[in-house]
Write a protein that binds this ligand. Structure first.
Ligand SMILES: Nc1ncnc2c1ncn2[C@@H]1O[C@H](COP(=O)(O)OP(=O)(O)OP(=O)(O)O)[C@@H](O)[C@H]1O
Ligand SMILES: O=P(O)(O)OC[C@H]1O[C@H](OP(=O)(O)OP(=O)(O)O)[C@H](O)[C@@H]1O
Ligand SMILES: [Mg+2]
Length: 281
């Protein structure tokens, strides 16, 4: 059985469960279950604190884990990223009171509060700056006002929390994060891991592409196909109506309306977009 770690709660938990469910795996029934078995697919899931997942995977007891890139780096565990999963996106940033500290060099000799000391120490070392790290479990935005630190380093998603605390980011982003699938560094991928990867890649494609179908006059086909090149190549079928063809092509969701407008202007008609429920490419 493949043994996979999944976040049991927090910002990545629902996204991970949704993705595995879309990939055809049975997930736990209750948020209190800490383990569940999908016997049909030969997978056992372990629901763990997201910050601990890289440590379990690096120990070799679990084959794979879903965690945040920032959490994996923070743990210092010897894991490698197998696949970026496209949810749980955030940046990790320095922030402080505007006009007080506004550069990483300005952190020298100061105190910085964070829940991610591993990520912060690595970045401070890269900048050659000596700063005392104050490790806090959360709500680090309060640390400056309450006098335990001069600056903070934290996850920023929308920036709302920082703004409400009257803080502003400074320096370059320390890192960009999203949920990732990790395995122990150097571990090869057997057939079971390859199948899971194919399924997860299928979910990523199904989420980011739509199937576009339209009719167009045969002499406009080349121009239309330039707008909708698809992943391999579009499917073109004859229509009963003389001189027209039907085209089917996978198109990126983000581009969909721009492409549909351009096809219409070109002369294509009957332009239909449909969701892809699942795929293997
Ligand atoms: N708004 C967000 N807040 C916190 N983490 C986020 C957010 N958006 C994305 N993430 C990502 O989620 C992961 C952190 O999840 P985690 O469950 O540890 O934090 P949490 O939801 O804040 O839970 P807790 O506060 O109980 O630790 C990181 O990879 C982080 O980059
Ligand atoms: O940029 P935003 O969209 O505001 O999101 C980022 C905030 O969300 C998280 O806090 P969380 O709610 O998890 O509380 P915590 O600090 O106790 O972990 C994170 O630590 C930031 O404070
Ligand atoms: Mg949090």
């Amino acid at each position: 059985m493949l043994r996979i770690a999944v976040p049991n709660k927090g910002a990545l938990s629902q996204g991970a469960t949704d993705m595995l469910t879309e990939a055809g795996y049975r997930q736990r029934r209750s948020s209190r279950d800490l383990q569940s078995i999908d016997a049909d697919n030969g997978v056992e899931f372990f629901y763990l604190r997201p910050g601990d997942i890289a440590t379990y995977v690096a120990s070799g007891d679990l084959d794979l884990g879903i965690t945040g890139r920032d959490l994996a780096v923070n743990s210092g565990a010897e894991v490698e990223e197998v696949l970026a999963l496209g949810f749980g996106r955030s940046t990790f940033r320095y922030a402080g009171r505007p006009g007080v500290i506004d550069s990483v060099a300005g952190l020298d000799g100061k105190r910085i509060a964070t829940s991610y000391p591993g990520v912060v120490q690595r970045d401070l070392d890269a900048h050659g700056v000596k700063t005392a790290i104050v490790e806090l479990a959360g709500a680090v935005e309060n640390a400056i006002a309450l006098g335990v630190a001069d600056a903070i380093a934290d996850v920023v998603e929308t920036g709302t929390t920082l703004k409400q605390a009257g803080l502003a980011v400074f320096g370059d982003p320390i890192m960009h994060s999203e949920a990732v699938l990790v395995r122990k560094s150097g571990n090869g991928a057997g057939a079971a891991v390859e199948q899971l990867l194919r399924r997860l890649r299928g979910v990523l494609v199904a989420r980011s592409y739509v199937m576009l179908a339209y009719d167009v006059r045969a002499e406009l086909l080349e121009a239309a196909v330039e707008l909708t090149p698809g992943i391999e190549s579009p499917t073109v079928s004859p229509l009963h109506r003389e001189g027209w063809v039907a085209v089917q092509s996978m198109t990126e969701r983000a581009d969909l309306h721009r492409v549909m407008d351009a096809l219409y202007e070109l002369g294509a008609r009957g332009i239909l977009a449909s969701n892809i429920d699942a795929c293997r490419l």
